[in-house]
Design a protein around this ligand. Structure first.
Ligand code: NAI
Ligand code: MG
Length: 504
């Protein structure tokens, strides 16, 4: 077991950042909110308080929305030359890479992700998200439309569309990989020319606050990016309900997603939701197990299962079932649990005491439902933070709550199937309210593609799980959400289409 995060390894610059008061970033400056008791920022690896943020309310949100509205209406962002908008986004991408160490220290402290993983995945992917969407800025075009309206002899029509930014957007992000989440939300919004009011997750705000400081160095006009700290039910709910917000984009739990839809009806704001998942990983009997078994472990245990794409439902053909279970148990038992700044551990902490309690409750439910616990199942008592052992339940069935519900912890459920019929296998995979991600493992690519077509899910990997890339649309079927992020489809929700017809 590895050492716990070593605060000596946090640089003095980061310590100074942690010690700063963290108010709200509105109209280009940090301001003090008047409201509420500050919120402690807790390191989940130690349970220690490492910083604090203000708890914003409706008044703070009003100020941020007003600033975003002024910036939008003035055209300082939406009307600048597209190449200039792209330039600022490229600059932010470079700044993020330049500050990789600082961002990674903060994320390591705030969520317990290893600094190494953060630098290689979190920072790189985030910078590339910005670069990808910066590339779109100069390619946001409408089209000319062939118009069939009857017309008198000698007259003509010209019909064309233009794309306009949707306006002020509210962006509410979760705590599970917050820096990447924040950047992936601002990138398409900035590309489209929108202005932003963001609320970081109260459980992990630090790297997003640092992002605001970096944004301030890019020359992005004041009021284009604003941030309000606070609880979801207060600051978040105020954004979702605000009449001055034209669109809301949310990533988080399905329950809160449904609340956001209800709040958004007031002004019918456009809504994009990236919600929960219970993603199936399907091992056909010809799967290459040397590749598949470690990949299955990564798919569930990455970020300790606190990942909307987590491959939390393993479906295995009966012929290979015992070998797969044995391989997974061996791997799970060999995993190191802890958090340090070097990135040498496999399993980090859960984000909070609340999530720890929730995950342990699900493990108890699994046991009482009769699932067979084959490894893990306990809190790691030796460590002070919120750690749970990598846990695997075998012999599960689709009726069990641990199979139906998103646990968001390092808990894998395994089900056996004996059919070779792709419709039967797809029916098992689709027997769930979610549809975010899935993967199929087989040596027969034609079978893999055929099965992929039958799975009701926003992403399907064949011999890979969760192949995230800025250009590849990401989002959910069913109760996993509304709309898509990433790729061209991720830009569209930030744009309105206007059709213009001239009678010539
Ligand atoms: P949550 O959905 O409450 O939190 C996510 C974000 O929503 C945070 O910024 C929070 O402040 C905000 N929020 C909460 N209530 C809100 C409201 N009424 N209006 C507007 N914003 C609001 O998630 P929570 O409670 O932290 O985690 C519970 C479960 O949610 C997890 O166990 C997991 O199953 C799921 N979850 C899924 C995520 C995903 O990426 N799909 C991310 C985070 C949580
Ligand atoms: Mg935290």
């Amino acid at each position: 077991m590895n050492e716990i995060i070593d605060h000596d390894k946090i640089t003095s610059q980061i310590q100074a950042f942690l010690d700063k008061p963290h108010g709200h970033f509105i109209d280009g400056q940090w301001i003090d909110g008047k409201s509420g008791k500050p919120i402690d920022v807790i390191s989940p690896a130690t349970g220690n308080i490492v910083s604090s943020i203000q708890s914003g309310d409706g008044d703070d949100v009003d100020k941020a929305v007003a600033a975003a509205r002024r910036a939008f209406d003035s055209g300082v962002w939406s009307k600048v030359l597209p190449v200039e908008r792209a330039r600022i986004m490229f600059k932010l991408a470079d700044l993020i890479e330049f500050h990789a160490s600082q961002i990674s220290q903060l994320e390591a402290l705030d969520i317990g992700v290893s600094r190494h993983m953060m630098e290689t995945i979190g920072v790189k992917l985030s910078a590339n998200q910005l670069r990808y969407y910066a590339g779109w800025v100069t390619k946001i075009n409408g089209e000319t439309i062939t118009n069939s309206r009857p017309r008198p002899e000698g007259r003509e029509f010209l019909t064309y569309t233009e794309k306009e930014p949707v306006g002020v957007v509210g962006q509410i992000i979760p705590w599970n990989f917050p820096f990447a989440m924040a950047v992936q939300k601002i990138a398409p919004a900035l590309a489209a020319g929108c202005t932003i009011v963001m609320k970081p997750a109260e459980d992990a705000p630090l790297s997003t606050l640092y992002l605001a400081d970096l944004i301030a160095q890019t020359g992005l006009p004041s009021g284009v990016f604003n941030l309000v700290n606070g609880y979801g039910r207060k600051a978040g709910a105020a954004i979702a309900a605000h009449e001055g917000v034209d669109k809301v984009s949310f990533t988080g739990s399905t329950d809160v997603g449904k609340e956001i839809i209800r709040s958004a009806t007031g002004n019918l704001k456009r809504t994009t939701l990236e919600l929960g998942g219970k993603s199936p990983v399907i091992l056909l009997k010809d799967a290459d197990l040397d590749e598949a078994i470690p990949a299955v472990a990564r798919a569930i245990f990455f970020l300790s299962g606190q990942n909307c794409m987590a491959g939390s439902r393993l479906l295995v053909h009966g012929d290979i079932y015992d070998r797969v279970l044995e391989g997974l148990v061996t791997l799970a038992k060999s995993m190191t649990i802890g958090a340090d700044m070097t990135g040498t551990y496999d399993i980090g902490p859960l984000i909070s005491e609340k999530q720890l309690t929730r995950v342990l409750a699900y493990i108890d439910i699994g046991i009482s439902e009769g699932a067979r616990l084959i490894t893990g199942g306990k809190r790691v008592e030796k460590l002070p933070g919120f750690f749970v052992e990598p846990t695997i339940f075998a012999d599960c069935n689709s009726g069990m709550r641990i199979v139906k519900e998103e646990i968001f912890g390092p808990v894998l459920t395994v089900q056996k199937f004996n059919s070779d019929d792709l419709d039967d296998i797809a029916a098992l995979a689709n027997d769930n309210i979610f549809g975010l991600s899935a993967s199929v493992w087989t040596a027969d690519l034609a079978q893999g593609h055929k099965l992929a077509r039958k799975i009701k899910s926003g992403q399907v990997g064949i011999n890979i799980h969760a192949a995230i890339d800025p250009a590849t649309p990401f989002g959910g079927y069913k109760q996993s959400g509304w709309g898509r992020e990433f790729g061209r489809e991720g830009l569209e929700p930030y744009l309105e289409t206007k059709a213009i017809t001239a009678y010539l």
